[in-house]
Design a protein around this ligand. Structure first.
Ligand SMILES: CC(C)(COP(=O)(O)OP(=O)(O)OC[C@H]1O[C@@H](n2cnc3c(N)ncnc32)[C@H](O)[C@@H]1OP(=O)(O)O)[C@@H](O)C(=O)NCCC(=O)NCCS
Length: 162
């Protein structure tokens, strides 16, 4: 019988900044310049309108996280990352589902996000979690060599929860 417990997902705060930054640095392809700096992440985690979740591995270290920010009836999923060695096991989907539940519990009616249009893994994950494309922003992201990439705006209505 397996004794492996699934990663526990807990709320994170400023105390977890450095371990979240380790996940950030390992997770985002530098070609796209999407990783946030410690200053950016620290500033966002500390905002009253933000909520951050982390998935803890068996050694208690963060192996994935999400960062969301509430604005009126909307919550925006600003970041999601799962360490490369932990991918393909359903953790990204659990983190998205947790963000959906958290947003609904806070009284939001929709969860929105922007995703680079050639980020197939993330787009497929979001579609599987009930997000639908609602817009396209050309040249929204700039890669490290200056190449521009479009973004898709996606929305997950939360009216089926409850
Ligand atoms: C996107 C990301 C969070 C997915 O994490 P993950 O733990 O591997 O995702 P899951 O294992 O939960 O996959 C859930 C579903 O997403 C889709 N998916 C995940 N990885 C995929 C890939 N490489 N290609 C196509 N679809 C993929 C699949 O439909 C999958 O379901 P399935 O395994 O039943 O087919 C991860 O790849 C990541 O951290 N990427 C870098 C950071 C990033 O781009 N974040 C998004 C922008 S902020």
């Amino acid at each position: 019988m397996s004794t492996l417990a699934p990663p526990v997902i807990t709320f994170a705060d400023e105390r977890h900044l450095e371990s979240l930054m380790m996940v950030m640095r390992a997770s985002f392809d530098s070609a796209y310049g999407e990783a946030w700096s410690t200053l950016q992440l620290g500033g966002s985690i500390g905002m009253a309108s933000s909520f951050t979740r982390q998935a803890l591995g068996r050694d208690g270290r963060a192996i994935g996280f999400t960062l969301c920010r509430a604005a009126g009836p909307e919550v925006e999923l600003l970041l999601i990352a799962v360490e490369p060695t932990q991918r393909g096991n359903g953790l990204g989907q659990r983190l998205v589902e947790t963000a959906i539940q958290d947003s609904w519990r806070r009284g939001a009616s929709e969860l929105i996000l922007e995703v680079r249009e050639n980020n197939i893994a993330a787009r497929t994950l979001y579609e599987k979690s009930g997000f639908r494309s609602v817009g396209h922003r050309p040249d929204y992201y700039a890669g490290s060599d200056g190449t521009k990439f479009g973004a898709i705006t996606m929305k997950r209505l939360l009216d089926d929860l409850g």
